[in-house]
Design a protein around this ligand. Structure first.
Ligand code: NAD
Length: 304
């Protein structure tokens, strides 16, 4: 049994922390928007700062929106580092900070080295599987860490995910997540184009979606995002402002490596267009609404 800290209790963090609370562990919680009552009702201990969480925990998990948020929670006033320094040695072992947010791989390496410098360990463990995966403890978790650290944190990660993979050293989890985001965002856009075409051609998008699920075009994106596009359900899910942040990370990293990702850049522009139309908080499946504007046609459901 471990004392675990969890910071960032939004769409993803809240259900993930819930799974830890339903296990044998004691869980200390903090989030800027206030710890939800239902997590406290199942035993969660609310803390007013990341420092207070850290002082009581030997594993500290962050699930925050973006790189500057992780930086602020780690190194800001009343942050994780101030908590690590306040009680250095209390737990006998080195404590581990696990960042499960999707952030820059380059910044991740810098953060990890600063945590190592004060005698503690760090792992990047971003996730895929969305809000549904988080609710069902079925996330795919991609880990960058030293082998021994991975072995130490794996049982905790397995409480939140079905597939937990050690990709490599620090930052490798975020590199893997970039690959995930390229595939997922391009697939969402492809599903949007396909369903738009089908609708304009007069066929039933729901029947086409079901038919294609069994073939090579089948995917979780066709299943989940395709359904949202047909049903016009654009409540997040995965907010477009976070999707755009992820594609910023992808394209900045590609640029640093000196490579071109032309179709990722196009999808990024379509998400920029969503934001220009007030869609920062829409689900990322709403990219289809920009394709609809270009086509001057909206996907329509056939009635039985
Ligand atoms: P969210 O906006 O719903 O939640 C973020 C939480 O962080 C909020 O509760 C907010 O209060 C808290 N927070 C922000 N800044 C803080 C600070 N300085 N101190 C304390 N708390 C702070 O976001 P989300 O959808 O849960 O996503 C979290 C991360 O997971 C992001 O990096 C996202 O890219 C990634 N992700 C999301 C999904 C998804 O489907 N939503 C899927 C995979 C990965």
């Amino acid at each position: 049994m471990a004392n675990i800290g969890f910071i960032g209790l939004g769409i993803m963090g809240k259900p993930m922390a819930g799974h830890l609370l339903r296990s044998e562990h004691t869980v200390f919680l903090h989030t800027r928007s206030g710890v939800p009552d239902d997590l406290i009702a199942i035993g969660g201990i609310a803390c007013v700062t990341p420092r207070e969480v850290t002082r009581q925990a030997d594993i500290i998990i962050t699930m925050l929106p973006d790189t500057p948020d992780v930086e602020a929670v780690l190194f800001g006033e009343h942050g994780i580092v101030s908590g690590l320094q306040a009680d250095s040695g209390q737990f006998g072992a080195r404590r581990v900070v696990i960042d499960m947010s999707t952030i820059s791989p380059l910044a991740t390496r810098v953060f990890a080295s600063k945590i190592n410098d004060i005698g503690h360990d760090y792992a990047d463990a971003p996730v895929s599987g969305g809000d549904i995966g988080a609710q069902n403890a079925a996330l795919t978790i991609m880990v960058g860490a030293e082998e021994a650290i991975f072995e130490r944190i794996k049982p905790v990660l397995e409480l939140m995910g079905k597939q937990v993979t050690h990709i490599g050293e620090i930052g490798a989890g975020q590199v893997c997540k970039i690959a995930n985001q390229i595939i997922v965002s391009l697939t969402i856009e492809a599903v949007g184009e396909a369903l738009l075409f089908v609708s304009k051609a007069g066929a039933d998008p729901q029947k086409v979606r079901q038919a294609l699920m069994g073939g090579f075009a089948g995917s979780r994106v066709l299943e989940v995002h395709g359904e949202r596009m047909i049903e016009r359900r654009f409540h997040p899910g995965f907010k477009i402002e976070l999707q755009q942040k992820d594609l910023d990370i992808v394209l900045t990293s590609a640029s640093a490596l000196g490579i071109a990702l032309p179709n990722t850049a196009t999808v990024h522009e379509l998400y920029n267009a969503c934001i220009a139309h007030g869609g920062a908080k829409w689900d990322n499946s709403a990219i289809v609404t920009m394709l609809e504007k270009l086509a001057n046609h909206e996907i329509t459901k056939k009635t039985e």
